[in-house]
Design a protein around this ligand. Structure first.
Ligand code: SF4
Ligand code: SF4
Length: 352
């Protein structure tokens, strides 16, 4: 561990970035995944962007190989973007192309910029989270396999960001991406007798909607879940091991949301809206989920004007036409705030 105050961020910037800080005048894509930035001082830097694996998991051996490339081409500097793409900075287009070849030989495709898929992130899901309702990294992998053509080769009307979260807590940042998947529990958890060993007060406080109440029966304190309030988020399971979902293998699944973006352009920052309220966890290839996402992307690709992200496109054509064009089933609740309770109701009424 390093003692002392935090070191200035400038210590970690490549010299060309540090010396031209605040001086950048323009940028343009010169090849898929390679951006030329031009400074007012006349300096140019070529940023090479490559995709990472779902959930950003690497072996130490792979990290060493990536570090060796950063040393060979960029003086040891590189960075990861918010979408967990790796970026390297080189001083000529020729070096950028050489680096691209080396990255792709290692299995990291270069692309993800402009009117393309900008990578696909996921939370840890079942890898180490107690709240997951769907295996976020494997859904991301299945979608990534199907959508890879858009990462580098086939052009889209605008940027496409995608993310997968294992539950509505959305650690994968799902609600602010163009298309996202969120795991969902669709049952109310039950309280086992062993729950009495839990921190009862803390467990009641873990519930975001106040659905857990403390009761005293025969002089002993218990917790009880008010079914009418519970939204099935699963947060209380992390607080108390005596609370469980009884049949998650039958009731867990995921939803598709679209139209989120963290950008001030056109329609501004928007939250994704649920358009498919429940899909089963049909691992490992999630065929229905993948086909549905493909259908949304194909329709957007055909119908949108250049530069229109999914939220902008829907803003122009309206939700009614969106459902008509994509032929997705329309649910009355989708047009309003479709929360988890609404999804559970739809699922119950469809008999699934
Ligand atoms: S989104 Fe849910 S499943 Fe994923 S890491 Fe966060 S809490 Fe866990
Ligand atoms: S699942 Fe969520 S909403 Fe339901 S009781 Fe637990 S914490 Fe509350």
């Amino acid at each position: 561990m390093v003692d002392g105050p935090p070191r200035p961020v400038a210590n970690f910037l490549p010299p060309v970035i540090r010396e031209n800080y605040g001086q950048w005048a323009s940028h343009s894509l010169v090849a898929p995944g390679i951006m030329e930035h031009v400074s007012k001082t006349g300096k140019k830097v070529y940023t090479v962007r490559a995709a990472d694996p779902p959930n950003g998991r690497y072996s130490t051996g792979t990290i060493r190989k990536i570090s060796a490339l950063a040393r060979k081409y960029c003086g040891g500097y590189m960075r990861y973007t918010q979408a967990v793409n790796m970026e390297f900075f080189v001083d000529s287009p020729e070096k950028a192309q050489e680096l691209k070849r080396e990255l792709e030989a290692l299995g990291f495709p270069v692309g993800g910029w402009g009117g393309h898929l900008w990578n696909l992130t996921s939370c840890a899901g079942f890898l180490h989270c107690a709240l997951a309702a769907t295996d976020a990294p494997s859904v991301a992998q299945a979608l990534g396999n199907a959508m890879f053509k858009y990462y580098r080769d086939e052009e889209l009307p605008a940027k496409l960001s995608m993310a997968v979260s294992g539950c509505p807590s959305s650690c994968g940042g799902s609600f602010l991406t163009d298309i996202s998947i969120s795991g969902i529990h669709t049952e109310i958890p039950i309280v086992l007798p062993s729950a009495k060993a839990c921190d009862l007060q803390g467990t009641t406080q873990s519930c975001p909607v106040g659905a857990i109440q403390l009761e005293t029966v025969d002089g002993e304190r218990h917790i009880a879940i008010r079914k009418k309030l519970c939204i099935g988020c699963g947060l209380c399971l992390a607080a108390c091991s005596g609370i469980v979902f009884e049949t998650p293998e039958k009731t867990d699944g995921h939803v598709i949301e679209i139209g989120g973006k963290a950008s001030v352009s056109r329609t501004g920052t928007t939250m994704g809206r649920v358009v498919v309220p429940f899909l089963p966890n049909d691992a490992p290839h999630y065929p229905v989920t993948v086909k549905t996402v493909e259908r949304i992307v194909d329709t957007w690709k055909k119908d949108a004007k250049k530069g229109e992200r999914i939220a902008d496109w829907i803003d122009r054509i309206g939700w009614e036409k969106f459902y008509r064009k994509t032929k997705l089933p329309f649910y009355e609740q989708s047009m309003e705030t479709l929360d988890i309770r609404g999804i559970m109701t739809i699922k119950d009424s469809s008999g699934r």
